[in-house]
Design a protein around this ligand. Structure first.
Ligand code: ATP
Ligand code: TZP
Ligand code: MG
Ligand code: MG
Length: 268
């Protein structure tokens, strides 16, 4: 059974501590995919929610000290319970507060999967890359080498997204070329992907399979966007967003099998 089929049959509970911009879109995207979203950030309950979830997605998009503490409490509870943790360091590098918070989070929480744009990933590991607010700037450098350094430094899977996506565990590097430029016009496209990655991670029993599942998640998401762009037929970004949710609910394992653009290689 493909990971997508497993998500739809298991309907995993995904605990999201996410930002105020994307909360509704994320919940609807997870429902469309076949997962069960739970947004909870109160200090009084985040540990309980994280421990009962299939996976936890921690996102620092609209950060404040209360949310940083929510993220740390949930992340540590997930670690204790063996629940996979995805971290989306939105805007790391944009302000010193965001960069410092991201550093604190990865120091205190064992992150299993780090997903962000190239600049965010660079700043999480103390490197520099041009950033414009929450969007990757026009910086240059070797994205694959950066992903490998981040994966090795943090001992986790790293997903760097953009026109081409890189997924690595520090040994194997998968590149995914699915996706559509219209995703850049929908706020929360990256944040929802982080939650979709969490949903795929939640159904993996054998952690050896996690890299494969995360890569399939990224390809499946990009393919849904390609199909949605056809459906929306040049009607603009609002129609595309709606079509994208529709396609997340309808994309089939056979379509993913037939149209995923994944290249796999070992780092040499
Ligand atoms: P940023 O803030 O830099 O936009 P993000 O957190 O929104 O980052 P993205 O890098 O935009 O995340 O990735 C979200 C999704 O959009 C991924 O599936 C990615 O493959 C896709 N994507 C981003 N840019 C493009 C592009 N130019 N062409 C095709 N797909 C893209
Ligand atoms: N501002 C703070 S968080 C946020 C914005 C616009 C959403 C970012 O979402 P994404 O998925 O990184 O585009
Ligand atoms: Mg984007
Ligand atoms: Mg983002």
């Amino acid at each position: 059974m493909s990971f997508l089929q497993q998500v739809r049959s298991v309907n995993p509970l995904i605990h999201n501590i996410t930002n105020v911009v994307v909360t509704n879109f994320t919940a609807n995207g997870l429902l469309a995919l076949g997962a069960s979203p739970f947004m909870a950030f109160a200090h009084e309950e985040v540990e309980d929610v994280a421990a009962m979830a299939g996976a936890v997605m921690l996102n620092m998009g609209t950060l404040d000290p209360y949310t940083v503490q929510s993220i740390k409490l949930a992340g540590k509870a997930a670690n204790r319970a063996g629940v996979p943790v995805v971290f989306d360091p939105v805007g790391a590098g944009a302000t010193s507060y965001r960069t410092a918070s991201a550093h604190e989070i990865v120091a205190e929480v064992k992150v299993d999967i780090l997903r962000g744009n190239v600049a965010e990933i660079a700043h999480v590991i103390g490197e520099n890359w041009q950033i414009k607010g929450v969007d990757a700037g026009g910086g240059t450098g070797d994205r694959k080498e950066l992903a490998l350094r981040a994966a090795r430094k943090l001992g986790c899977i790293v997903v760097i997204t953009g026109e081409q996506d890189i997924v690595t565990d520090g040994v194997q590097v998968n590149t995914v070329s699915n996706g559509h430029a219209l995703l850049t016009q929908v706020t929360g496209a990256g944040c929802l992907l982080s939650s979709v990655v969490a949903a795929f991670a939640a159904v993996v029993n054998d952690t050896e399979q996690r890299l494969k599942a995360v890569t399939e998640a990224v390809a499946c998401y990009g393919l849904a966007a390609e199909l949605a762009a056809i459906d929306a037929g040049g009607q603009g970004t609002g129609s595309f967003q709606m079509a994208f949710l529709n396609r997340l609910s309808m994309v089939t394992p056979e379509q993913v099998d037939g149209h995923c653009l994944i290249q796999r290689h070992l780092d040499s």
